[in-house]
Design a protein around this ligand. Structure first.
Ligand SMILES: C[S@@+](CC[C@H](N)C(=O)[O-])C[C@H]1O[C@@H](n2cnc3c(N)ncnc32)[C@H](O)[C@@H]1O
Length: 238
């Protein structure tokens, strides 16, 4: 058994034992596997983790960047049934399927169609209320661009979740410069690690189909000038 086969078996075991999807989630996952849609929704176990983090955070306002067919949106919504959820999607085909999946949910989900950087900038300009939970799962090369926009839409205590923080097939922390997605993700990881207003850890996850390891970033937005970061920048010589 290769390491990836063992990881895939572990993922299958965890999912079969601990993940139970309702009808809306099952249909959203299925629609993300249909022809013409990239098979890139979060693994089922990551969906369950998003749900539990949403349940713990008790958010009133959730922002998701990267909807696809709404599978992760519905997990987040299940953890916070009364929350107002704004989810952003660029591709009209994905948006259309997501909208029909959201009809099976009683949550207040608003899908904004368009480019995430433009829509986030609009929200900052119009001074929308800050979000309590933000899930980033869109184009990886733009993650570093999104971070300051996300911070501007946060408050102290906001939970920032960022998916796919260990890029596939790239050398760990030294991807080829031509691999813009991996380069973007490692630049983002460095920004997360050094940010004075973020406390972050990456939690390894398993990409269920291939058994490859990935990671979900979990960050808490700190108040300005808080001295509670576990590793202070000075002690790293930074
Ligand atoms: C990984 S998928 C999201 C998966 C979804 N969160 C889930 O787990 O069910 C990324 C999505 O981001 C969308 N996307 C990519 N670039 C974008 C951009 N610049 N603005 C908005 N959405 C974008 C893609 O069309 C795709 O549907």
């Amino acid at each position: 058994m290769t390491a990836n086969e063992r990881n895939a078996a572990i993922s299958e075991y965890i999912t079969a034992t601990f993940v139970h999807e309702n009808d809306a989630l099952g249909k959203a996952k299925k629609s993300s596997l249909q022809k013409g849609i990239p098979d890139i929704s979060v693994p089922k176990a990551v969906g369950k983790l998003l749900y539990m983090l949403s349940l713990l955070q008790k958010p009133k306002r959730i922002l998701e960047i990267g909807t696809l067919t709404g599978y992760s949106t519905l997990w987040l919504a299940q953890g916070a049934p009364d929350a107002e959820i704004i989810t952003i999607e660029f591709d009209p085909k994905h948006a259309e399927i997501a909208r029909s999946n959201f009809k099976r949910s009683s949550s207040k989900i608003h899908l904004l169609e368009g480019d995430a950087a433009d829509l986030l900038t609009d929200m900052i300009t119009t001074k929308v209320e800050p979000f309590d939970l933000i899930f980033l799962d869109a184009d990886k090369d733009s993650y570093p661009t999104y971070l300051p926009l996300i911070i501007a839409l946060s408050r102290p205590g906001t939970l920032l979740l960022s998916d796919n923080l260990i890029p596939r097939e790239a050398e760990i922390n030294s991807p080829k410069s031509t691999d813009v997605q991996a380069t973007g993700v490692y630049a983002y990881n460095t920004l997360l690690a050094l940010h004075s207003r973020l406390e972050t850890i990456l939690v390894p996850t398993i990409v269920e189909k291939w058994g490859r390891l990935d990671a979900l970033g979990i960050s808490i937005v700190l108040p300005f000038k808080q001295e509670t970061k576990s590793v202070q920048k000075d002690s790293q010589g930074l």
